[in-house]
Design a protein around this ligand. Structure first.
Ligand code: 6PG
Length: 236
C-alpha cells in the first residue's frame, strides 16, 4: 500500500510539519468524539517531535486531559532503563505536558514475562478504546524495514487476531512487545516518521520496489496513511 509522502527540506521542518499534523489530528478527534487515542513510536527519530509537542504553541493547542497515550511497541526493560521507549517519551514530552497520569498507558514491562505483558496490554487497550480504533499510530522505520517491533521473518508478522504480541528479537537478544498489523491497520491515521540519511537506502529500496515483503510493505492502513520524511531520508 502506498503512503502519501510529505517530504520536508530538513529535520527541523519535518518536526514542525509532524507536530502540526499531530495537533490537527488531536483537535479533530476531540471535536468529533471527545477523545484522542494515539500510539507513540519508539526509537530515536520521534524524540524531537515529542519535545516539540511539549513546547508552546503546540502544547497549549491540545486538551491533554482528553488524550490517551499508548505505545506501538516496547523493549522489555524497566521503565527507567535507557532503552525504554516510555522513558524516552516521558523525558521528551510526558513530564512536560498537562496529561492525567491515568491517560498514559505504558507497557507494564516490569510486571512479568513478555507474553503476559502483551496480553495485559492488549486488555488495557481494549478497555480504554471500547471497540474504537486508534485515532493515530506513529511509527518509525528500521533500516531492515521493520515498524514498531514487527521485525522481518518473525511470527508477529502473521498475527491476525491479537491486539499486541511479544517476540524475541535475535539480533538484539531481547524481548519486545508490539502492536500487531490488525491494530495498526485499523487506525484512523498512520504516520511513518523517517528522518536522516541513514534511512535513505531502505526508503529507496522500498519506494523503487527493489525489495518486497518487508514489514512496512505489508502494512495496509484502512485510514489515512502518510510518510513524513526529510529530504535526507527521501534521498533527495
Ligand atoms: C523501537 C521502535 C522501532 C523504531 C525503528 C527506528 O522500539 O525501536 O519502535 O520500530 O521506530 O527501529 O528507530 P530509530 O528511530 O531509532 O532509527
Amino acid at each position: 500500500m502506498k503512503a502519501e509522502q510529505k517530504i520536508m527540506p530538513d529535520a527541523p521542518s519535518l518536526i514542525e510539519a509532524a507536530a502540526e499534523q499531530f495537533v490537527a489530528s488531536a483537535r479533530s478527534a476531540i471535536a468529533k468524539r471527545g477523545v484522542f487515542h494515539v500510539a507513540l513510536a519508539g526509537g530515536s527519530t520521534p524524540k524531537g517531535l515529542y519535545q516539540k509537542l511539549a513546547t508552546s504553541p503546540y502544547s497549549e493547542q491540545i486538551d491533554w486531559s482528553r488524550v490517551h497515550l499508548f505505545f506501538g511497541d516496547e523493549r522489555c526493560v524497566l521503565p527507567t532503563h535507557d532503552d525504554s521507549n516510555f522513558k524516552m517519551a516521558r523525558e521528551a514530552m510526558i513530564d512536560h505536558i498537562n496529561i492525567p497520569a491515568e491517560n498514559v498507558h505504558r507497557m507494564p514491562t516490569e510486571e512479568g514475562v513478555a507474553p503476559d505483558v502483551a496480553i495485559r496490554y492488549g486488555r488495557t487497550m481494549q478497555t480504554v478504546l471500547e471497540g474504537q480504533p486508534l485515532d493515530l499510530v506513529l511509527l518509525g522505520l528500521g533500516p531492515d524495514g521493520h515498524i514498531a517491533s514487527l521485525f522481518p521473518d518473525t511470527a508477529a508478522l502473521d498475527e491476525t487476531e491479537k491486539t499486541t504480541v511479544s517476540l524475541y528479537v535475535e539480533k538484539f537478544e531481547s524481548w519486545r512487545v508490539t502492536m500487531t498489523y490488525p491494530t495498526i491497520n485499523a487506525a484512523r491515521q498512520v504516520i511513518v516518521f523517517i528522518s536522516g540519511e541513514a534511512k535513505a537506502a531502505i526508503v529507496k529500496d522500498i519506494t523503487t520496489d527493489v525489495v518486497q515483503g518487508l514489514p512496512i510493505q505489508r502494512l495496509a492502513p484502512q485510514g489515512d496513511y502518510y510518510w513524513f520524511m526529510d529530504k535526507a531520508a527521501a534521498g533527495q
